[in-house]
Design a protein around this ligand. Structure first.
Ligand SMILES: C[S@@+](CC[C@H](N)C(=O)[O-])C[C@H]1O[C@@H](n2cnc3c(N)ncnc32)[C@H](O)[C@@H]1O
Length: 190
């Protein structure tokens, strides 16, 4: 039986933290697959905040959400996830059920517009402050593209330093594949 791809595991872990009415964040909207997943999971009384630096990603995602009839429960923000504090309502602090990161570049888009170590780590720091007890951050990381390995290393160092009495940090990755498959970091707030 093939093992579950990391994208599916990320959705399962994030989905488990979500109830109808929950608040969720998609830190890297891209083509909007995760945003749509979150919007459906939080239901009509929930709220999703989605960040991406590229207009193309925001446009595609808005279209996807509109087609699915869930656009009204999502706030799309064309700005870096490292500006979370500027865009999220202060009352969301400690009340967010899940934050999903899917690092790297926009599939079918500009491969130069990748997520970067310093801004990713800054966003992860902020995401921790929004997470509610029992909440989960998922980070899908790609190490195959230029800059990917350095970013993964920065995220590793950041996660290893998390206070273990407040957070669990767990890595899900292949250890015998040669073609640099994606890996998943999951952070659970106790
Ligand atoms: C791998 S894609 C995300 C895929 C997406 N989750 C999906 O379901 O289609 C990574 C995205 O991160 C975006 N990105 C790059 N730097 C960013 C930043 N500082 N803040 C937010 N998004 C960023 C890119 O524009 C790209 O769309």
């Amino acid at each position: 039986m093939p093992l579950d791809p990391v994208l599916d595991v990320a959705k399962r872990l994030s989905g488990r933290a979500l109830d109808p009415g929950a608040i969720a964040v998609d830190a890297t909207v891209g083509n909007g697959h995760d945003t749509l997943f979150l919007a459906r999971a939080v239901g009509p009384s929930g709220r999703v905040y989605g960040f991406d630096v590229q207009e193309a990603a925001i446009d595609r995602t808005r279209q996807r959400l509109t087609t699915a009839g869930v656009a009204s429960r999502v706030t799309l923000i064309r700005d870096g996830h490292e500006t979370m504090d500027q865009h999220m309502p202060p009352e969301a602090r400690g009340r967010v059920a899940t934050v999903m990161f899917n690092l790297g570049y926009l599939p079918g888009g500009d491969k130069a517009r990748i997520t970067r170590p310093a801004t990713t780590v800054a966003a992860l720091d902020q995401a921790c402050r929004y997470l509610q007890p029992g909440g989960v951050i998922t980070v899908v990381q790609y190490v195959g593209h230029e800059g990917g390995a350095a970013e993964a290393q920065a995220v590793d160092e950041w996660s290893k330093a998390l206070d273990q009495t407040a957070y669990q940090a767990l890595m899900y990755r292949f250890i015998n594949q040669r073609n640099a498959p994606p890996r998943l970091l999951a952070i659970g707030r106790r």
